[in-house]
Design a protein around this ligand. Structure first.
Ligand SMILES: Cc1cc2nc3c(=O)[nH]c(=O)nc-3n(C[C@H](O)[C@H](O)[C@H](O)COP(=O)(O)OP(=O)(O)OC[C@H]3O[C@@H](n4cnc5c(N)ncnc54)[C@H](O)[C@@H]3O)c2cc1C
Length: 476
């Protein structure tokens, strides 16, 4: 049953698209941060115009509105923290490839994997690849400026969005850019929407840039005596203008997790050695030339290396990366997964810092990530029921964020701020910068209805009780 006059009015306008059932509201009350805030209604638009109707009513009645893709964000950014209405975008899931122009015309609710498959079938490639790609939506990717393993060579979501369309928080339909590769007509509000975490507008669709599908891929796994050696070796590779499509680093603790999960050591006789897992992608000639150099590089810097002779063998090499994250839950039942960014010049300093942080906090902190763009996932593992560990984990996050900023890095490379990173926003940004962001928010959303309570108000999300629930994309 509708709970307020505003929701009754919404039901009259949109009928069956509005779900006020307990079950429907519960399902939309949380994202992957697993902290629940019940909304009053969930709207599942079938047409883009339905969203305009929702927003006009929300402004009239001052109802908070949260847009939801698939709810895979780990930051609490899709949780309706102020209640109100949730717009579920999953039904707006069209995808059409323009083969000649190399573009994908998509609805905001389509999954990233579906776009990649559609592009691949036509000989094109859509590189942004969050590991949640089977589930997460392009709308969510645009809202968070999602990245992934291909970031170093190809870039992140922002680098592939030619145009977006959707609704301003006040309910007017807008289009930022069009289906062209160049567009210099007016302020670039397209890029303002990208990464705005559902606070400056509702994305209903986009035109995405595609690149030609790489003809060849070549995979190499290497191990090193210690972390600093691996990081130094990677830098030597980049210095030679080699840009692997993927360059994943796993520290000792991450490798040990993967080895425990798979039941075998990555390189026989060398358990728990940090690794670099790399993939070249490009034309046959390019891959041939670069792989030759990489073999020379591996012999010079790595203690062991292995080349995949086929895609099946490459999949085996990838097992170490795929298994490490889930296996970390052997080290603690809770994880603070911080997707920080470190500038390349400070890689070694950061490796030394993480060793110190592990000692100081007495917590396992397996760290892995995308070395070609410095986006590392620092996983602070602890047991929630253990007060010492919980306190140490909270202190470690604060310490980490301060250090990352002091090293010239970023508190988030791909997950965004949401609720979880609100205590650290002001470490990254000066007061004038935060004020400028708030002024933009106020200008576009004068009544503050779109995704309120996020980004600017400090929330210590780890203090909230976490739901005991298994989501389809959970490792464990
Ligand atoms: C197992 C796992 C692996 C992950 N790996 C990666 C990774 O490799 N790289 C990475 O970048 N992220 C990763 N993530 C985080 C997450 O998947 C991404 O942030 C993703 O972009 C969220 O998409 P979604 O559709 O689930 O959006 P949601 O979680 O539903 O929403 C996220 C934010 O986007 C807003 N939003 C959603 N749709 C729209 C829209 N149409 N218009 C306006 N705002 C909208 C929401 O309001 C919210 O603020 C991972 C998460 C998990 C659980």
């Amino acid at each position: 049953m509708p709970k307020s006059a505003a929701t009754s009015a919404l039901k009259r306008k949109l009928g069956k698209l509005v779900d006020t059932s307990e079950k429907g509201c519960w399902a939309a009350s949380f994202d992957s941060s697993k902290i629940s805030f019940l909304p009053e209604a969930v709207i599942t638009p079938r047409r883009e115009a339905d969203i305009g109707v929702v927003l006009l009513l929300a402004n009239r009645h001052r109802v908070p509105v949260t847009v939801r893709g698939r709810g895979t964000t780990l930051m609490g950014s899709a949780a309706p923290v102020r209640g109100g209405w949730v717009i579920d975008m999953l039904k707006l899931n069209s995808v059409r490839i323009d083969e000649d122009a190399g573009m994908a015309h998509v609805g905001a609710g389509v999954t990233t994997a579906a776009v990649q498959h559609a592009a691949d079938a036509r000989g094109w490639f859509y590189p942004p690849d969050p590991s949640s790609k089977k589930y997460c939506t392009i709308g969510g990717n645009i809202a968070c400026n999602a990245g992934g393993m291909h970031g170093g060579k190809y870039g992140v979501t922002r680098d592939f969005v030619l145009a977006v369309r959707g609704f301003l928080p006040t309910g007017e339909f807008v289009e930022w850019g069009t289906a062209t590769k160049k567009f210099a007509a007016g302020f670039n509000l397209r890029d303002l929407w990208i990464g705005s975490e559902g606070m400056l507008g509702v994305v209903t669709g986009a035109v995405l840039k595609l690149v030609p599908k790489p003809a060849e891929r070549w995979t190499l796994l290497t191990s090193f005596p210690h972390e600093t050696a691996a990081l130094k070796a990677a830098k030597a590779l980049f210095r030679h203008r080699i840009q692997p499509a993927i360059c994943e680093f796993l520290d000792r603790e991450s490798v040990l997790c993967a080895e425990r999960a798979t039941g075998h050591t990555v390189f026989a006789g060398q358990p728990g050695k940090p690794v670099l897992l790399m993939e070249l992608a490009g034309s046959a000639a390019e891959v041939r030339e670069q792989s030759r150099f990489m073999l020379y590089w591996a012999k010079k810097y790595a203690t062991a290396h292995r080349v995949a002779r086929s895609r099946a063998e490459a999949e085996q090499l990838w097992e170490v990366r795929r298994k490490c994250s889930g296996a970390m839950f052997e080290l603690g039942d809770s994880k603070l997964n911080e997707d920080i960014v470190v500038p390349m010049r400070n890689y070694e300093a950061f490796a030394r810092y993480i060793t110190r942080l592990k000692k100081k906090s007495k917590l396992p902190i397996p760290t892995f990530g995308h070395l070609a763009d410095g986006n590392l996932h620092v996983n602070i593992m602890y047991h929630r029921a253990n007060p010492r560990e919980t306190k140490a984990a909270e202190a470690a996050v604060q310490d980490l964020m301060e250090t990352v900023v002091s090293l010239g890095g970023a508190i988030s490379g791909e997950h965004g701020i949401g609720l979880a990173k609100t205590p650290f926003l002001r470490l990254q940004h000066r007061p004038a910068q935060v004020m400028a962001m708030q002024a933009v928010k106020k200008a576009l959303d004068p009544r503050g209805i779109l995704n309120p309570g996020k980004m600017f108000q400090e929330v210590r999300i780890w203090k909230y009780p976490k739901m005991k629930i298994h989501l389809p994309w959970d490792h464990k």
